[in-house]
Design a protein around this ligand. Structure first.
Ligand code: R5P
Length: 282
C-alpha cells in the first residue's frame, strides 16, 4: 500500500486498529431522513467524537464545517431512490478529482452481490480502486442488502470476500449469526453497519458483539443521531470500540452523560478518553 493511501486510512482506523465512523449519507436515496432533516444541526455536536464522518458530497459542502479535522469518507455511489423497486442500480456519482478537491480520506460505494446489477456495482468498485490506487485514496465497499436478499454469514462472507478480492481497502457489512466467519474470511478491516434504530442498550450490545468477533469498528448512523442523546450515545459507542467497555458499562456512561447534560454528574467511565482530542489527533 502506498504511503498516502496508508496515511489516509490510518486517520480513519486509529492506532488501536479500531474506528467509530458516523454515517450521515442516508439522504442519497432516502431524502430527508429522520434526525437528518437539518443535517448541519445534527452533525455539529457529534462530529468531534467521530473517527470519521461518512456524508454525501452535497451534505459535506452544505452542512459540515470546513475547518473540521475529522476525516471524511465520502459516499460516491448512488443514482437510485427509495421509490425504486430495485435499489441496486447504482453508478458512481462523484469524480475522484472532486473527491480529492474535497480533501477526503476515503471514498465509499455500495456493492450489490447477487442482485441484477451485481456486475455493474462490482465494476464500479474496481474502477474506484484503480483510481484510488492512482491518487492514494482508500475505498470502502458497503455490502448492500436488497429487500429479498439474505443477511446470513454465508452471504455476507461471500460479499465481503468479493469486495476484498476486487481491491476494497476496507469493507462495511451487517452483523449476523456467525459474524466471526465473515471477519475471518475477509482479509481487510471490516466495520459493522449500524442498521435501524434500536434501544441504546441493544445497539451497544450489537457493537460489543461485533468488536468481540473481530470487527475493526462501526459505521453507525441512526443508532447515534436518532438517539435521545446523540452526544452521549457516540461516546458510549466509543467506549465499547476503543476502551473495550462492556455494554452495561457503556450504557451507564450513556446515562451519566445524558443526565449530565442537565446537571453535571460524574461519568463512570472517563468520557473524554473516548474523544478525538484524547486520542491525540490534534
Ligand atoms: C448504507 O448503505 C448507507 O451507508 C447508510 O446510509 C448507512 O450505512 C446507514 O447507517 P445506519 O444503518 O447505521 O443508520
Amino acid at each position: 500500500m502506498d504511503w498516502g493511501l496508508k496515511n489516509r486510512l490510518s486517520r480513519i482506523i486509529r492506532p488501536d486498529g479500531r474506528t467509530v465512523m458516523l454515517a450521515v449519507d442516508h439522504g442519497y436515496f432516502l431524502g430527508p431522513t429522520s434526525g437528518l432533516e437539518d443535517a448541519a444541526k445534527t452533525i455539529k455536536p457529534i462530529l468531534s467524537y467521530a473517527d470519521a464522518l461518512m456524508p454525501t458530497r452535497g451534505i459535506l459542502r452544505a452542512s459540515v464545517d470546513a475547518s473540521t479535522d475529522t476525516p471524511i469518507v465520502l459516499r460516491v455511489s448512488g443514482g437510485n431512490s427509495i421509490l425504486d423497486e430495485d435499489l441496486s442500480f447504482e453508478g458512481i456519482t462523484v469524480a475522484m478529482e472532486d473527491a480529492m478537491r474535497l480533501n477526503v480520506s476515503a471514498v465509499a460505494l455500495s456493492i450489490y452481490v447477487g442482485s441484477p446489477n451485481q456486475k455493474k456495482t462490482l465494476l464500479n468498485l474496481t474502477r474506484l480502486v484503480d483510481e484510488g490506487q492512482r491518487y492514494g485514496i482508500p475505498v470502502l465497499a458497503v455490502t448492500a442488502v436488497g429487500k429479498n436478499m439474505g443477511r446470513d454469514s454465508r452471504y455476507l462472507a461471500l460479499a465481503c470476500r468479493i469486495a476484498a478480492e476486487l481491491g476494497a481497502h476496507f469493507v462495511k457489512t451487517y452483523y449476523c449469526e456467525g459474524f466471526e466467519k465473515v471477519v475471518k474470511t475477509c482479509p481487510v478491516p471490516l466495520v459493522m453497519a449500524g442498521g435501524k434504530k434500536l434501544p441504546e442498550m441493544e445497539a451497544l450490545e450489537l457493537t460489543h458483539n461485533a468488536i468481540k468477533r473481530g470487527a475493526a469498528g462501526v459505521d453507525m448512523g441512526r443508532n447515534i443521531f436518532q438517539s435521545e442523546s446523540p452526544v452521549a450515545m457516540i461516546q458510549a459507542v466509543r467506549a465499547v470500540v476503543h476502551d473495550n467497555a462492556t455494554p452495561r458499562e457503556a450504557y451507564d456512561l450513556f446515562n451519566s452523560l445524558k443526565v449530565s447534560r442537565k446537571s453535571p454528574g460524574k461519568p463512570k467511565l472517563k468520557a473524554v478518553s473516548a474523544s478525538k482530542e484524547e486520542l491525540g489527533r490534534h
